[in-house]
Design a protein around this ligand. Structure first.
Ligand code: AMP
Ligand code: GLY
Length: 420
C-alpha cells in the first residue's frame, strides 16, 4: 500500500515507525512530518488541512490510504472529502468527529445512550443569563469547558462561583476561546483516577488497544501548567482484565453502537478519557484520534501489522485481522524546550541521539538542517522504552533522556512513580 500519514508530532513518528515495519507498506509519505518521520518515509511539505493540495499529491503518488494523526483535519471533514474522491481514510466522518469537535454534542450523545459521564448542562452565546443562574448554586469545584476545539486548553476547574462566572462570561462572549467557547459545557467535578482507553473500529467491529496514562502537568508531582503531555505509561496496572471488561461493556460498546444507531458509524481510532470514581469508569471526553504521548507507548506494544489493521478499518474487516499485544510495559519521557508550555526558543542543536541504545526515540518537535537535528517545538522528543515493569521501563527512558543534550532541555523524572 502507498500511504499518506498526516501530522508532525511524536504520535506521527511512532505511527510511521510502525507502518514502515509492515511488508505491506510500499511507500510512506508524511505531511508535513519531522526529522524522525523522515527516517521511515518521505516528508512532504503540505498542511494536513489543505485538502485540495493533499488530493493533488494523492493523485500524483497513487496514494491508496490516508491516516490522519491529529484531530483538526478530521473535525474539518478530511474523511468525507477523500471518500468522495475514492481514497480511503483511517478516521471518522466529520459527523462522527463531533465527538471531539463539540463537547455539547458528545455530552448529549452520552446522555442519550446512557454512557456514564459527569452531570452537565450546555449553553449557547445567547444564554448567558441562564448559564450564570445554573452556575450560581452549583457545587464546587465546578468544571467549565469551551465546547469546541481549544488545543487542550478549554477546560477550567473553578474553585469559586466568581471564577466560574467570569470564565463562562468570557467564553460565551467569544473573548477567551473565540468560536470554540461560544457554546459552554458546565459540569460536575469528578474526583478519581484518570486513564485513557484506545479503540480501533471499522464501524462494526473493534479492537481494544492498550490502556495508557499520561502526565499532563509541566512539574513533577503533577504541579504547574498543563502541557500536551510530559510522559506516558502503558499498561496501567489497575486496569486489569475485569476492569477493562467493564469499560468495554459500559462504555466502548454503547459508544460505538450509539454512533452506528445515529447513522454515523465510527471508523478510525477512538480515544476515551476516563475518570475512575470509586471503581466506576466515567467518560471525561472522547477524542477521535490517538493521544500524544500515549501513542509513543501503545504503538510499541502492538504485535500486529498496523497496515493490515488500517486496511481492516476502511474495509469493515477488522474482525478478520490478527491482533496481539506485547505484555511488557512501555513508558515514555518527553524532552521539552526550556520555557514550555510558555514561550520557548527553537533551533537548538541536539546531540547524543545516536548514543541511546536502550530506548526508542520518537521525534516530536524537531527538524533537520545541514545534517543536524534541531529543536523545532515545545515538546521535542519522546524517549520510549520497554521493561518487565514500570520501574525498569522508566529507568531506561530516563537513562536515554539523560544521554541527549540541547540547550534548555527539561523533562519530568517522576513519570510512572504514582503507579509503582
Ligand atoms: P478534557 O479535555 O475534557 O479531557 O479535560 C481535560 C482535563 O481536565 C482532563 O484530563 C481532566 O484532568 C480534567 N477534567 C475534565 N473534566 C473533568 C471533570 N468533570 N472532573 C474532573 N476533572 C475533569
Ligand atoms: N495526551 C492527550 C492528548 O493527546 O489529547
Amino acid at each position: 500500500m502507498r500511504i499518506l500519514l498526516l501530522g508532525s508530532g511524536g504520535r506521527e513518528h511512532a505511527l510511521a515507525w510502525k507502518l514502515a515495519q509492515s511488508p505491506r507498506c510500499e511507500a510512506l509519505y508524511i505531511a508535513p512530518g519531522n526529522a524522525g518521520t523522515a527516517l521511515h518515509g518521505e516528508n512532504v511539505s503540505l498542511s494536513p488541512t489543505d485538502f485540495p493540495a493533499l488530493y493533488q499529491f494523492c493523485q500524483a503518488q497513487a496514494i491508496d490510504l490516508i491516516i490522519p494523526g491529529p484531530e483538526q483535519p478530521l473535525v474539518e471533514g478530511v474523511a468525507d472529502f477523500f471518500q468522495e474522491k475514492g481514497v480511503p481514510v483511517v478516521g471518522p466522518s466529520r459527523a462522527a468527529a463531533q465527538l471531539e469537535g463539540s463537547k455539547a454534542f458528545s455530552k448529549r450523545f452520552m446522555e442519550s445512550h446512557q454512557i456514564p459521564t459527569a452531570r452537565y448542562a450546555s449553553f449557547d452565546a445567547g444564554q448567558e443569563a441562564e448559564a450564570l443562574a445554573y452556575l450560581s448554586d452549583h457545587p464546587l469545584p465546578v468544571v467549565v469547558k469551551a465546547s469546541g476545539l481549544a488545543a487542550g486548553k478549554g477546560v477550567l476547574i473553578c474553585n469559586s462561583h466568581a471564577e466560574a462566572s467570569q470564565a463562562v462570561r468570557e467564553m460565551l462572549r467569544g473573548e477567551s476561546f473565540g468560536e470554540a467557547g461560544q457554546t459552554v459545557v458546565i459540569e460536575e467535578f469528578l474526583q478519581g483516577i484518570e486513564i485513557s482507553i484506545f479503540v480501533m473500529s471499522d464501524g462494526q467491529h473493534y479492537k481494544l488497544l492498550p490502556s495508557a496514562k499520561d502526565y499532563k502537568r509541566i512539574g513533577e508531582q503533577d504541579t504547574g501548567l498543563n502541557t500536551g503531555g510530559m510522559g506516558a505509561v502503558s499498561p496501567v496496572p489497575f486496569a486489569d482484565a475485569a476492569f477493562l471488561a467493564r469499560v468495554e461493556q459500559e462504555i466502548v460498546q454503547p459508544s460505538l453502537e450509539g454512533l452506528a444507531s445515529e447513522g454515523i458509524p465510527f471508523q478510525g481510532f477512538l480515544f476515551i478519557g476516563l475518570m475512575v470514581v470509586a471503581g466506576r469508569p466515567y467518560v471525561l471526553e472522547y477524542n477521535v484520534r490517538l493521544g500524544d504521548p500515549e501513542t509513543e507507548v501503545i504503538i510499541p506494544r502492538l504485535q500486529a501489522d498496523l497496515v493490515d489493521l488500517c486496511e481492516g478499518v476502511v474495509t469493515g474487516t477488522l474482525d478478520q485481522k490478527e491482533f496481539a499485544l506485547d505484555p511488557r510495559t512501555c513508558t515514555t519521557v518527553m524532552l521539552v524546550s526550556g520555557g514550555y508550555p510558555g514561550s520557548y526558543e527553537k533551533g537548538k542543536v541536539m546531540t547524543g541521539l545516536e548514543s541511546v541504545s536502550e530506548a526508542i526515540l520518537f521525534h516530536a518537535g524537531t527538524r533537520q538542517e545541514a545534517g543536524q537535528v534541531l529543536t523545532h517545538g515545545g515538546r521535542v522528543l519522546a524517549v520510549s522504552a520497554y521493561g518487565a515493569n514500570i520501574q525498569e521501563a522508566v529507568g531506561r527512558s530516563l537513562q536515554g533522556a539523560a544521554q541527549i543534550s540541547f540547550e534548555g532541555k527539561y523533562y519530568r523524572r517522576d513519570i510512572g512513580q504514582d503507579l509503582m
